[in-house]
Design a protein around this ligand. Structure first.
Ligand code: LMR
Length: 394
């Protein structure tokens, strides 16, 4: 049987992680996979996470199974953090998942159960796993215009025109904030325009919320999806705790399904439970418990919020510093967009050959499409990265 398998190429993010690990150069710089780094170049465990873990270690008396849907307290905490009062709780079905990727996978499985003929509208460009998972699940994919590469900005008119082509029974993937890979986000007015198009077409939004708090703060970052929740009968939200709680390896995630009424939410919950059961039985609990405890304790929550805000401010500072250094070195303003964009990533506008030059000649790793993890910079390496970009011909 196993001899029938075909080789599978890793996606461009995983492939680059492998290439980086294999590079023997001591001074190589990893600006590939989306991991936040502090000034010392490390990805520390957040203070509130350490405290919550200590408390859990002391108090936890069992590692017995929690439940097929995950801990209800975790699901309530995530629903409130993400949606606040934008949707009545009885219209929201939720299950815990292994990370945001698990949530995207379960969401698309749910869509396939509801409508195997659904088309999945995916922004061009997007996180590569969106198309990969949709394809694996067996759903047709349609790319919609999202980014004007020449302007380094959202192509709002193109996006809205393409989304008009979706219909009832189709799904539209939207990035809740900190668009991956472009860093170009929807403005509040763009969210209102998207809501109007979705209302008109009847297509179902699937909001991937992997970076809540990394763009403009938790409340501002959630405002767009909350607007959709207030105006649309149904939506799916894939939530990740990897980045904003720094719990990457613990695989904290949840899928929230907003239904038109409580009875449909119950129906959706039963289907989500069943998908959890078939896919991995019980979702992981440790990271979810950490998140629940942080959000439930006012002092821990305040400390988490403070540290998250500091991480965001640091990313904004690095964006400004890279853009300023490039201006000084190149005598041009053409990298100003890096300062204006949001979250971890920007497309620096590099061709594949320029990406290869940065990597091979300067040891600076960015994804093949030119995506740079700005949050992977430090003050110490930033000038070298800027010089490598210009030396590569950017
Ligand atoms: C990324 O885009 O680098 C992160 O979301 C990590 C991943 O799973 O790809």
């Amino acid at each position: 049987m196993l001899t029938r398998l075909s080789p599978q190429a890793p996606d461009k993010i995983i492939g680059l992680m492998q290439q980086f690990r294999a590079d023997p150069r001591a001074d190589k710089i990893d600006l590939g996979v989306g991991v936040y780094r502090d000034a010392a170049g490390g990805t520390p465990v957040m203070r509130a996470v350490k405290t919550a873990e200590q408390r859990i270690w002391q108090a936890q008396a069992t590692k017995g199974y929690v439940g097929i849907e995950g801990d209800p307290a975790f699901l309530d905490a995530v629903r409130t953090l993400v949606l606040d009062d934008a949707a009545p709780p009885d219209r929201v079905a939720a299950v815990a998942t292994p990370g945001g990727t698990g949530a995207v996978r379960i969401a698309l499985d749910l869509v396939r159960l509801a409508n195997p003929a659904a088309r999945v509208f995916i922004p061009d460009p997007s996180w590569p796993n969106h198309a990969a998972i949709a394809g694996f699940v067996g759903l047709e994919q349609v790319a919609y215009r999202y980014y004007d590469a020449a302007a380094h900005a959202l192509d709002a008119a193109g996006m809205l025109a393409d989304l008009e082509r979706a219909g009832p029974g189709d799904v539209v993937i939207l990035h809740g904030c900190c668009h991956n890979p472009t860093g170009a986000d929807l403005s509040p007015a763009d969210w209102a325009d998207v809501a109007a198009v979705l209302q008109k077409t009847g297509a179902l939004p699937l909001v991937d919320l992997a970076y809540l708090g990394f763009g403009a703060g938790v409340e501002a970052d959630a405002a767009g999806l909350r607007l959709l929740a207030r105006h649309l009968p149904e939506m799916l939200i894939a939530v990740s705790g990897s980045k904003n709680f720094g719990l990457y390896r613990e695989r904290v995630g949840a899928i929230l399904a907003l239904a038109g009424d409580a009875a449909t939410a119950t129906l959706a919950r039963g289907n989500l439970s069943n998908l959890n059961r078939q896919t991995y039985a019980f979702p992981p609990d440790h990271g979810a418990r950490v998140v629940t405890d942080i959000l439930a304790d006012p002092a821990l929550r305040a400390d988490w919020q403070t540290e998250l805000d500091a991480m965001r401010t640091r990313m904004e500072g690095l964006r400004g510093a890279l853009s300023d250094t490039l201006r000084e070195l190149s005598g041009s303003d053409r990298f100003g967009f890096i300062a204006a964009q949001k979250g971890m990533f920007s497309l620096i506008g590099a061709t594949p050959a320029q990406v290869a030059t940065m990597r091979d000649d300067h040891g600076v790793y960015v994804i093949g499409d030119g995506r740079m993890n700005v949050a992977g910079l430090t003050e110490a390496i930033l000038p070298r990265v800027a010089r490598a970009m210009l030396a590569a011909g950017l």
